[in-house]
Ligand binder design. Structure first.
Ligand code: SAM
Length: 264
């Protein structure tokens, strides 16, 4: 490894296992989309990505920017690689999208902001595929299906805005330097670009899952009164014993529509 001390505060665990890097590249969608990478680090994944596609990368760490500039001098010069020195969340605050045309997000994400980044990518209308390394538990939440114990608002939001979501494979701590304490997974999401994130629906889901192991009807009592819950359950033919993770995303959408119409 280059003489760089990994910075914990930036979630730096550099991926060193070339067989894992190869598997990520093999999972890259066959399309003409641009690639956006968040946190190129020492450039090991970037080096593989730029062989196939043009890449724009967002890196916050000043020390790494110098290393990346010299490593990718040729690619920067011939415009295959565009390196942005900025906190990616700030970039998203300032820009509507991380790129000016359709792109796929491929990255080994900094884990301290991974969920936030994926949710921002959902809102970014030009982002089509998300192929990211995250903590295994986070990947399980985003790819969970109804009745899985990990099924929560994250899995439901994912289902409502995507065509496909799954874990491609797990990655052990030994694949990184320094080694993280947790197992990681590669999460794959193909968004449905016709679908938009509905913030009011997300707020509704938060209320539904406020106490995930309690009955859904109990959680709903924080936003609806008893008679509203009763008529909602009657109209949709729901059983009062249902727990939040036992209700499908399409039923949640129907519930939300009825609640919203009731409010208007
Ligand atoms: N891609 C490299 C690899 O696979 O070895 C590094 C991955 S490391 C897990 C996460 C990277 O994200 C680091 O390079 C870190 O400096 C960068 N990073 C952390 N927070 C960031 C932020 N807010 N915006 C942009 N990059 C960030």
């Amino acid at each position: 490894m280059e003489k760089v001390k990994a910075k914990k505060e930036f979630g730096q665990n550099f991926l060193k296992d070339s067989s894992i890097l190869d598997k990520i590249i093999q999972s890259m969608p066959q399309n003409n989309n641009h690639i956006v990478e968040i946190g190129p680090g020492l450039g090991d994944l970037t080096k593989n990505l730029v062989k196939y596609k043009d890449v724009t990368a967002y890196e916050v760490d000043t020390d790494l920017i110098g290393i990346l500039k010299s490593k990718f001098a040729t690619e920067i010069e011939n415009r295959r690689f565009d390196l942005k020195h900025i906190d990616v969340l700030r970039a998203w605050d300032e820009l509507k999208s991380l790129h000016s045309m359709k792109y796929d997000l491929i990255a080994n994400l900094p884990y301290y902001i991974a969920t936030n980044i994926i949710l921002r990518a959902f809102e970014d209308e030009l982002c089509e595929h998300i192929i990211v390394m995250v903590q295994k538990e986070v990947a399980e939440k985003f790819s969970a299906k109804v009745n899985d114990k990990e099924y929560s608002s994250l899995g439901i939001i994912t289902e409502t805005i995507s065509k496909e979501s799954k874990i491609l494979f797990d990655v052990p701590p030994t694949a990184f330097d320094p080694m993280p304490k947790v197992t990681s997974s590669i999460l794959y999401i193909k968004k449905d670009l016709d679908k938009k994130v509905d913030k009011d629906f997300n707020r509704f889901l938060k209320a539904c899952f406020v106490q995930p192991r309690k009955k859904l009807s109990k959680n709903l009592s924080s936003i609806l009164d008893k008679s509203e819950i009763l008529s909602l359950y009657n109209e949709l033919g729901l059983n009062d014993n249902l727990r939040p993770h036992e209700v499908s995303s399409s039923l949640y959408s129907q519930m939300h529509t009825k609640v919203k119409n009731g409010r208007d």
